[in-house]
Design a protein around this ligand. Structure first.
Ligand SMILES: N[C@@H](CCSC[C@H](N)C(=O)O)C(=O)O
Length: 962
């Protein structure tokens, strides 16, 4: 390795015959002028080649041959040394890069390897601190094994560059840069760097990785660079169907040295791959135009939502001016951070159209987390040192319809809890924007689509308007925890009876308002139901079960009353406005009370429970309403027993089918807990920051872990009132949301619950058979059979455990492609059902649903969920399952007497309506179609159909979630 020019290089074996040797190439001696005189612009150059074929072939033929006949002297002898298809490609690349010579090698990393071989032991290489992981890996190898002195600095800093130049002087032989950088999209001033380095060390080679831009947007040789390399796998080919690397060089002596290395190492690109790359190049400019314009929309969309977005096209980008001095566009890669690795994982895992994949530049849009994917080869401590955020998400925009891309991203952001709908969203954003160029009368979608695409400014403003319908969630603030505890302790001591604003103690960051009945009219809460995805029944015998929240929820409103009465209203359980005076409640026998710090007692107080049961004995309510009333009054009276008795009205509604095994009782229990804890001042809820754009809305993690634990403990107590001896899994899902695993502490297992990080969202169809379940009998039946036939039992349990293990890995593997994920999950659902059927817990109605969903034209996977013997079936709906087909399936299931519910799994846990944003009245007819009818929030809650509860909730205000 040497940086001294060509004479130190041995001649290639047969200089005259080798196309890779510079002397023999048709374009080797051609000066740049031969094509810069050409009046064609870039887009035209892309589709025209200089190739002349003996038969006039329109497309460059593939010379799929290793050797060429003839004695030395011919143009080609051996494909390693040269091949006509490669020559055609290299000629075309040289036209596009406006350089003396371009080389095509097997990958981008090969290109870098060829270039790094120009450096000798002891030479100094300066490289950026934000670079592609593979580049870092090769540089580290060169440092360790090749003896080069590699320095990583922040290349945006002239001071840092000057310092190394001053220290190393002419020992600096190579400077390696990316602009914009991968993945932080930092912009480096290529000309400034080249000038500074060449002034101190004239022989030094300025090497630019131009992959992010392609020659269409940036030609660094014109900015003082000596060598460009480009991963042809990306924009140049554009379809992710070939690997290639390009080296573009202007200086004759560098051309010779690179040609020598490629021939000597045999890294030249194979003929078929050259052909594929040649084809990709033809559409480079139009692909790039479309990708860049969509990227700009996506960047503006995310920026408006309040994420920290790295994209040189944004006005806020610190390197924007430099970038547009040296490049003709912002490109189509952007990155943003969420502040929370788990949230980023959920976002990445939740997208359907954006493929989870490394690489960029493809016509298909990709999403990735660089720290675990493209940049995983950089050690974690080095990543941290260089300021590469672990939660960073990189988006590589393709050519899909931008509206579909934003739809998909938005859905995933919502499901991940990264953004929330603003309740005061008055601007309704049309699905397809009206642009200035669309005639009023134009209805044909093709016309609208064309106008949309042709008017980037309108398209971008559409993205911005659309983002304004949402607000961003953020990371939880530790300080909330402390102040929540202060609030709780004060309430217990009886000093926080009335409103107390703790915001002043928290400084500027977040207002914490201790919630008390007088601070707000309504305390509004909600909690999700759950679905057991894997391991039901087997969990009783020590197998891991996996449960996840679903987006069907229960909701509750609690009001403090001035009189001394407690009123319950559970319309979905036929309990209407039952009211008792506080004096009439059995206080004498009811001695249960909270622990000293406001936490829930671990066990039910049986004397108190019996007293309450006796009190409600002849209430005439249906069984489910009776136990719900029992649970509400049990928690209420226990909390009153700490000192203050408060009159209240409590109303709960459910979008979840009740008694179908979807966790409705736990969802009710979580609502009871969160609502009454607020009533008694035991729960401090951070308020949003309406009117304070400087403060991040806390969103999904607004309710911190200690508050979640408190809510969950009380919810578990309510579940005990309802079920006697519940496992705790349902209330944990209802409170915490997402997915979790659960194991009983038997068979030597430690037992417990674990939340599944990076849990991926998926669409499910839950079909209620409407056949009542007999859980206890079914569980007992499985147990008896296991005792009678232990070998069978072991086979069953081992089989289900391995399904649970595979499912855990699949649900949390962010690197799995969406397609593989959905296929894998489908097969696990089928396998688990087969075991459950063999355990004897299925039912003819469940088997009928399986047959209907599994046969043509649907071909879907279904399993029973929960106890079986009736109850619900769960069917996985793949992302690409058409709406028409889904409608047909729903109608078929309804015709058979079933009740199907379309839902998704893995969403938010317990939510509390932010008091400061809550509406006191809402317009039930916000469509504008009929007469406006403003009615109080509470009445509206009573009025809406169960299916409309979610929409009702969205319009009541901003929600804070666990
Ligand atoms: N496993 C590969 C990762 C390739 S990343 C490809 C690309 N340059 C990108 O930035 O996405 C490796 O370790 O090299």
């Amino acid at each position: 390795m040497s940086t001294t020019p060509s004479d130190s290089y041995p001649p290639t074996p047969s200089l005259s015959s080798l196309a890779t040797s510079v002397d023999s190439l048709s374009n080797s001696s051609r000066s740049k002028a031969s094509f810069s005189n050409n009046s064609y612009r870039f887009g035209t150059l892309c589709v025209t080649t200089e190739h002349k074929d003996q038969f006039g072939a329109s497309s460059v033929p593939i010379y799929q041959t290793a050797t060429f006949k003839g004695m030395p002297g011919g143009q080609y002898d051996y494909t390693r040394s040269g091949n006509p298809t490669r020559t055609a490609l290299e000629t075309q690349l040289a036209r596009l890069y406006e350089c003396r010579r371009a080389f095509a090698v097997s990958t981008g990393m090969t290109a870098l390897d060829m270039i790094i071989r120009l450096v000798s032991p002891g030479d100094v290489i300066i490289a950026g601190d934000d670079i592609y992981g593979g580049t870092d890996r090769l540089l580290t190898f060169t440092k360790t094994n090749g003896g080069a002195d590699v320095r990583h600095i922040d290349m945006t800093s002239q001071e840092q560059l000057d310092a190394v130049l001053e220290e190393c002087g002419t020992k600096v032989k190579m400077v390696l840069i990316e602009s914009p950088t991968n993945p932080m999209l930092k912009v480096l001033d290529i000309k400034r760097i080249a000038d500074s380095v060449h002034t101190v060390s004239p022989d030094s080679l300025i090497v630019v990785d131009n992959t992010m831009m392609s020659p269409y947007l940036q030609r660094p040789l014109n900015l003082g660079a000596d060598i460009i390399y480009d991963s042809g796998t990306k924009y140049l080919s554009g379809h992710h169907d070939v690997m290639a690397g390009i080296i573009a060089v202007e200086r004759e002596e560098v051309v010779k040295r690179i040609a020598f290395l490629i021939n000597s190492t045999g890294t030249g690109l194979a003929p078929f791959d050259c052909h594929v790359l040649l084809r990709g190049l033809k559409t480079l400019s139009i692909r790039m135009d479309r990708q860049a314009s969509t990227a700009s929309m996506v960047a503006s969309y995310l920026d408006t939502l309040g994420f920290h977005v790295n994209f040189p096209g944004l006005l806020s980008h610190p390197g924007r001016d430099i970038h547009f001095r040296q490049a003709d566009g912002a490109g189509a890669v952007l990155s943003f951070s969420t502040g929370d690795v788990a949230m980023s994982e959920r976002i990445v895992g939740g997208t359907r159209l954006w493929g989870v994949s490394v690489s960029f530049g493809c016509v298909n849009s990709l999403i990735s987390m660089p720290c675990v994917m493209s940049h995983a080869s950089i050690a974690a401590d080095k990543r941290a040192e260089r300021g590469l955020p672990e939660d960073l998400i990189r988006l590589c925009v393709g050519i899909e319809d931008p509206r579909d891309l934003i739809d998909d991203l938005e859905r995933s952001l919502l499901e991940a809890g990264a953004i929330y709908k603003r309740f005061d969203d008055s601007a309704s954003i049309p699905t397809t924007p009206t642009t200035s160029s669309i005639p009023e009368s134009a209805h044909a979608s093709a016309v609208i689509n064309h106008a949309f695409m042709a008017d980037p400014a309108s398209a971008e403003s559409w993205a911005v308007q659309r983002a304004k319908r949402f607000r961003r969630g953020g990371a939880q603030l530790d300080s909330c925890e402390e102040d929540a505890a202060v609030g709780r302790a004060a309430a217990i001591a009886g000093t926080a009876d009335e409103t107390e604003t703790l915001g002043h103690r928290l400084g500027e960051k977040l207002d914490i308002q201790q919630t008390s009945a007088q601070a707000q009219e309504d305390i509004v809460v909600s909690a999700p139901g759950k679905v057991i995805m894997f391991g039901e029944h087997a969990v009783v015998h020590g197998v891991t079960a996996i449960a996840a929240s679903i987006n069907l929820r229960c909701f509750a409103i609690l009001n403090k009353r001035p009189d001394q009465c407690i009123r319950l209203d559970l319309p979905d359980m036929a309990l209407y406005e039952k009211e008792w005076t506080l004096d009439s409640l059995p206080w004498d026998e009811f001695t249960a009370s909270p622990l000293a710090d406001g936490r829930a007692p671990a066990e039910l107080d049986q004397v108190s429970l019996k007293a309450l049961e006796a009190f409600l004995h002849d209430d005439g309510l249906p069984a489910n309403a009776h136990v719900a009333a029992l649970a509400i009054l049990y928690l209420y009276m226990t909390l009153c027993n700490h000192g203050v008795r408060r009159g209240a009205s409590y109303c709960a509604r459910s979008a979840l089918p009740i008694g179908a095994g979807l966790g409705s009782s736990a969802s009710y229990a979580a609502c009871i807990s969160a609502a009454f804890l607020q009533l008694f001042g035991l729960l401090s809820v951070p308020s949003s920051t309406k009117g304070r754009p400087d403060v991040t809305y806390p969103g999904r993690q607004a309710i911190n872990d200690s508050q979640a634990t408190l809510i969950n403990e009380w919810a578990f107590l309510a579940e005990k009132v309802i079920h006697g001896n519940p496992s705790g899994i349902d209330n944990a899902v209802a409170v915490r949301g997402g997915g979790l695993t659960f194991e009983r502490a038997i068979n030597g297992k430690q037992g417990g619950m674990k939340s599944l990080q990076g849990f991926k969202s998926v669409r499910l169809l839950l079909t209620d058979t409407r056949v009542p379940r007999q859980t206890k009998l079914l569980v007992a039946g499985v147990g008896e059979r296991m005792t009678a036939d232990p070998a069978w039992g072991t086979r069953m349990m081992d089989g289900i455990q391995s399904i649970s293990d595979e499912a855990q890995a699949l649900l949390t593997d962010v690197s799995k492609s969406r397609g593989d994920f959905v296929t894998g999950l489908s097969s696990l659902l089928d396998r688990n059902h087969e075991y459950l059927a063999e355990l004897g817990v299925s039912h003819p109605a469940l088997e009928l649903i399986r047959t209907k969903t599994g046969s043509a034209p649907y071909h879907l996977s279904t399993k029973l969920t929960g106890a079986g013997g009736g109850g619900c079936a769960v069917t996985l709906i793949p992302d690409d399952f058409s709406t028409d087909r889904l409608k047909a399936l729903l109608s078929e299931l309804r015709k058979s007497g079933f009740r199907p519910y379309l839902t998704s799994v893995g969403g938010s846990g317990l939510g509390i309506l932010d008091a400061s944003t809550g509406a006191t009245a809402i317009d039930l007819d916000a469509s504008g179609a009929g007469e406006s009818s403003h009615i109080p929030l509470r009445e509206a809650f009573h009025e809406v159909n169960a299916e409309e509860l979610e929409t009702w909730a969205e319009r009541t205000g901003d929600w804070l979630f666990i």
